[in-house]
Design a protein around this ligand. Structure first.
Ligand code: 3HC
Ligand code: NAI
Length: 703
């Protein structure tokens, strides 16, 4: 037997083990081996039932994602055909689902007549996260097994369902007592089936999935859900396939599913989301560190500053059971910080996401102090005090004195030079930047700023720590704003300038949200605070820009006390949470344009798209060339997870590749030549972009 599956006949049972580490992805060779093993078992008179299991414990994480978009994806035998064949074998099949059955893995289990899990089993159909729908029978067989509502919910959410819930829903028939006993229990189950003369496939609990469902179920579902889907294709295709399960007999439903799957697989959105999937895995691979790099233990964390960021940062650790001590300058600030954390947890309790007991457990892991001596045993200290170099340097001098040798000293600065902070300590090798995003307990991005002298084990430890608190850590070099905020600068600059030239904030934001960005530049500034943005800009004018006239509008709004949502007025005016255009802002833009000799004219949406996006992309390419970002996929992760760039566009770098690098370059040159002095000042193509286009490259890489 092929080494991709193990095969054994024991006591009338064929035991077929999937053996393609790490996750038994169902690529063509495994599909062929599995089919061959099942056929062999079916034709062996000594075999009366078949058990399929994961040879290393884990059952299967689905189709092989690396095959999508290539002929291998449907190379014979393709997955839908293999699974159809399995449903037609005349002996009972038992799927022994250890750990995970995801996507095609769950579809494989659904093609078996019987399924058993273990207490740690999780099942799910996460295809939607890859811009796909289940394509090997899942959209047709799951509704027939558990009913249309539960099935649709699983496919639209892509969520993993834990063992107990899978049992309640009827996705698994029973659970083994433990993972170790799974195979033995599956064999026992198979023997019971033989003894009772059970059919190869039991009848379906929801043979007519539409029965019992309200006549207007699909219509209502669509009205409620569609606005959230924005321009995403996959949810709509999942929805159509599940509707087909209710309208068509199985065979026709499977054909419909296949057609929809192929449409999804060929889509740009799926290509982009597959890129994001691999970029997330790639981001952990950093030159100079590997599995042999030692890791420092992190059993106790300290956070300096219990403000907006410090509190959120601390919650991340309490959430995973790590004790955190918060240090403040004064008791009232500390009390405020801890109260705010309790309130934030309280909101989760109200929403049913956390129990009162869990809230108390987490709060019990958090303590406060005003005394640096209490930080002596911390393994990791994260500083989140005011954004002023002198203050941060003072904190680090103190940490250097009080912290134990080997403690990792991190700064959450969003713009300051981490090298300059490290330099005031006697241990710059232990200093690193950990740039969390607001709200720090929610946002998944963590920029890990690898300073000049940061030691490899400090970098490796913080990357692992980041993943263990549920973040997506991305390594950045040291520069003003690191990857994310540095790219924000030219993108926001264009937004401001376009308003001076004649666009309105709402028009600019509308173009950006039209691309499915979570929010436009001006809505974001109003939310983050016009004042916060002003203060950072004001402290760094020299580093940001040689001509800052474009941000005069922001400066004037600051001077008028229009700080954004918190004051009810900023780039927009607010009534509660409702946002309205404010003609005073437009009048202000007109006045400033006059003072700055900017000619006002109607600006079309295409120009807004091009100028904001191309400048964002250009800066990203420049960062890659400078080595601040290790790879273009890292830049995409930063913008997707920190700045609300839609994952189904793949991030700004992937978007540029799909758009055409030559077109981006041509656009930048066009505005350089057509916007007068302003164009000549700002629209300089990144040299790497020019080299890539000259070399005929269509993907962004360092050359
Ligand atoms: N295909 C190909 N490679 C896969 C894979 C898959 N389905 N799932 C995981 N891998 C690879 C990863 O790329 C990674 O490779 P690397 O070591 O070379 O970087 C390796 O397996 C380990 O993966 P992770 O680093 O992600 O390991 P974790 O333990 O953190 O997570 C996991 C494991 C939960 C299985 C996670 O990898 C995952 O979510 N995988 C994708 C699951 C999925 O989306 N399945 C549906 C596929 S589409 C489908 O089935 C279509 C069907 O309906 C026709
Ligand atoms: P904040 O003003 O809400 O909190 C800062 C806290 O630090 C205050 O509670 C203050 O009392 C305390 N503090 C000041 N000096 C201190 C000292 N010497 N010792 C102990 N505590 C001290 O500020 P915020 O927004 O939490 O920002 C903190 C840091 O995080 C800054 O460096 C900021 O640039 C960065 N950051 C902020 C983000 C945001 O969106 N607010 C996002 C990412 C990073």
């Amino acid at each position: 037997m092929n080494s991709l599956v193990t095969y054994q006949v024991e006591d009338n049972l064929a035991l077929i083990g999937l053996a393609r580490p790490p996750v038994n992805a169902l690529g063509q060779p495994l599909r062929a081996a599995l089919l061959q093993a099942c056929e062999q078992a079916n034709s062996d008179p000594a075999v009366r039932a078949i058990v399929i299991f994961g040879a290393s414990g884990l059952f299967c994480a689905g189709a092989d994602i690396t095959e999508f978009g290539s002929p291998a994806s449907f190379a014979t035998p393709n997955l839908p055909d293999v699974l159809l064949r399995l449903t037609r074998l005349d002996k009972p099949l038992v799927a022994a689902i250890g750990k995970l059955a995801l996507g095609g893995g769950l579809e494989l289990a659904l093609a078996c007549g019987y399924r058993i899990g273990e207490p740690q089993t999780r099942v799910g159909l996460p295809e939607i996260n890859l811009g796909l729908l289940p394509g090997a029978g899942g959209t047709q067989r799951l509704p027939r097994l558990i009913g249309v509502q539960a099935a649709l919910e699983m496919m639209i959410s892509g969520a993993q369902v834990p063992a107990k819930r899978a049992l309640e829903l009827g996705i698994v028939d029973r659970l083994a007592g433990s993972a170790e006993h799974l195979l033995a229990s599956a064999c026992e189950y198979a023997r019971e089936l033989i003894a009772s003369g059970a059919p190869a496939r039991p009848s379906e609990p929801f043979a007519d999935p539409a029965k019992g469902v309200a006549a207007d179920f699909f219509e209502r579902y669509c009205v409620e859900q569609e606005p959230r889907w924005k321009s995403r294709l996959a949810p709509r295709l999942v929805f159509s396939a599940v509707q087909a399960a209710c309208l068509l007999p199985l065979e026709q439903g499977l054909a419909r599913e296949l057609a929809l799957f192929k449409q999804a697989e060929a889509s740009r959105q799926s290509e982009a989301l597959r890129h994001v999937f691999f970029a997330e895995r790639e981001a952990g691979k950093v030159p100079g560190i590997d599995a042999s790099t030692p890791l420092r233990p992190i059993a106790k964390v300290a956070v300096i500053g219990a403000g907006t960021m410090g509190g959120g940062i601390a919650m991340n650790f309490a959430n995973v059971g790590i004790p955190v001590i918060l240090l403040e300058r004064q008791g009232d600030a500390l009390d405020r910080g801890l109260t705010q954390i309790r309130q934030t947890y309280g909101i989760s309790v109200k929403r049913g996401k956390l129990s009162e007991a869990q809230l108390e457990q987490r709060m019990a892991l958090l303590s406060g102090t005003l005394d640096y001596a209490d930080l002596a045993d911390a393994d990791l200290v994260i500083e989140a005090v005011f954004e002023k170099l002198q203050i941060k340097q003072e904190v680090f001098r103190t940490l250097d004195r009080v912290c134990k040798p080997g403690a990792i000293l991190a700064t959450n600065t969003s713009s300051l030079d981490v090298d300059q902070i490290a330099a005031v300590t006697s241990r710059p090798q232990d200093v690193i930047g950990l740039h969390f995003f607001s709200p720090a307990n929610v946002m998944r991005l963590l920029e890990v700023v690898n300073a000049r002298e940061t030691a490899a084990d400090v970098l490796a430890t913080t990357l692992k720590m980041g993943r263990s608190i549920g973040k997506i850590p991305v390594v950045s070099g040291v520069c003003f704003g690191f990857i994310g905020n540095r790219m924000l600068e030219p993108y926001a600059r264009e937004a401001h300038r376009l308003v001076l030239e004649g666009a309105t904030p709402a028009q600019v934001d509308g173009v950006l949200t039209g691309l499915d960005l979570n929010m436009g530049v001006f809505t974001m500034l109003d939310l983050a605070g016009v004042d916060v943005n002003f203060l950072v800009r004001d402290a760094n004018r020299a580093a940001i820009a040689h001509d800052d006239s474009y941000c005069r509008l922001g400066d004037e709004l600051y001077a008028l006390g229009r700080y954004g949502q918190k004051t009810g007025r900023g780039f927009y005016q607010y009534e509660g949470r409702e946002r309205h255009n404010d003609y005073e802002v437009i009048a202000l833009a007109e006045r400033l344009a006059g003072e700055l000799h900017v000619t006002r004219r109607p600006v079309d949406d295409g120009e807004i798209h091009a100028r904001c996006l191309f400048m964002l992309i250009n800066e990203g390419i420049q960062l890659l060339d400078e080595g601040i970002a290790l790879r273009s996929g890292d830049i995409d992760l930063v913008w997707i997870n920190g700045y609300g760039f839609p994952a189904h566009l793949g991030g700004p770098m992937h978007y540029a590749e799909q758009y055409g690098l030559d077109k981006v370059l041509a656009g930048i040159r066009h505005y350089r030549d057509s916007l007068g002095d302003y164009g000549r000042m700002w629209f300089t193509p990144a040299p790497l972009l020019e080299r890539l286009v000259a070399a005929g490259k269509t993907t962004i890489e360092r050359i």
